[in-house]
Design a protein around this ligand. Structure first.
Ligand code: URA
Length: 239
């Protein structure tokens, strides 16, 4: 149950102050009855009318955390009819991914119908860290790591400062496992950063977005964020 003036304001019809005036002056009906009391509570099933016009209530905001498997596209619809990340989530609400993971990248992805939230999480200004684990061909040295950390030229722009460290070398297969933490989200950023220092990414997984990780989920599984997590992310994203 929510206060009538809040529901009207949330619908985008008008401001809360003006909604209060409309209520007090008898312009608002709930289920066909004029309501002029400001404290009136309504729920999602109630029909609200202002001067005969039925307002559409704001859709409930939802937030999902998906463990994206390999071989799924990060869009709402694919023109080649491939499986999308939205297909993996059982909901009637129209949701979309927050940012992008490549077709062959696995790991944590958020999906929501909250546009303001999605933009804030993606915008580099808000410095939301994303932690990636990359398996790359070749043994990466300290100097190359330093170049990733300091910022490197990709697509004509220098990337922001990043954290990078070697987790493991495998001399037999001639590969390195590198952890990279960045807060930007340029197209194919991680692969391009490694490319810029002369290495190819063989496998890429995103393990963390801010304080959220994949704990308790298997590839292809998802869960809803709880209100505390949403609140914390809102705070981290300066909303
Ligand atoms: N950087 C990439 O190159 N690919 C991803 O999927 C995510 C970040």
């Amino acid at each position: 149950m929510e206060r009538l003036q809040k529901v009207i304001a949330d619908s985008g019809y008008t401001s809360r102050r003006k909604a209060e005036t409309l209520i007090c002056t008898g312009h608002v009906k709930v289920n066909g009855m004029t309501v002029s009391e400001l404290g009136t509570k309504v729920n999602t099933n109630d029909t609200i009318e202002i001067d005969g016009e039925i307002i559409t209530k704001e859709e409930q905001k939802v937030y999902y955390l998906l463990y994206k498997p390999r071989g799924v596209v990060t869009t709402t619809k694919d023109d080649k009819n491939r499986k999308t990340v939205v297909d993996l989530i059982d909901t009637k609400i129209r949701i979309y991914p927050v940012g992008r993971l490549d077709y062959d990248t696995t790991g944590i992805l958020l999906l929501t119908n909250d546009g303001e939230f999605a933009n804030a999480i993606m915008h580099p200004r808000n410095k939301i860290d994303k932690r990636y684990i990359a398996k790359v061909k070749g043994l990466i040295g300290k100097e190359q790591l330093l170049r990733l950390q300091k910022g490197i030229l990709i697509d004509g722009k220098v990337t922001a400062k990043a954290q990078a460290r070697i987790k493991k070398y495998d001399k037999k297969t001639d590969t390195s496992i590198v952890e990279l933490i960045i807060h930007e989200g340029k197209n194919h950023q991680v692969k391009k950063m490694f490319e810029a220092i002369g290495y190819t990414v063989l496998k890429l997984k995103r393990e963390q977005i801010s304080f959220l990780d994949l704990t308790g989920l298997k590839s292809g599984e998802y869960r809803m964020l709880n209100p505390k997590e949403v609140k914390k992310l809102y705070h981290e994203a300066n909303l």
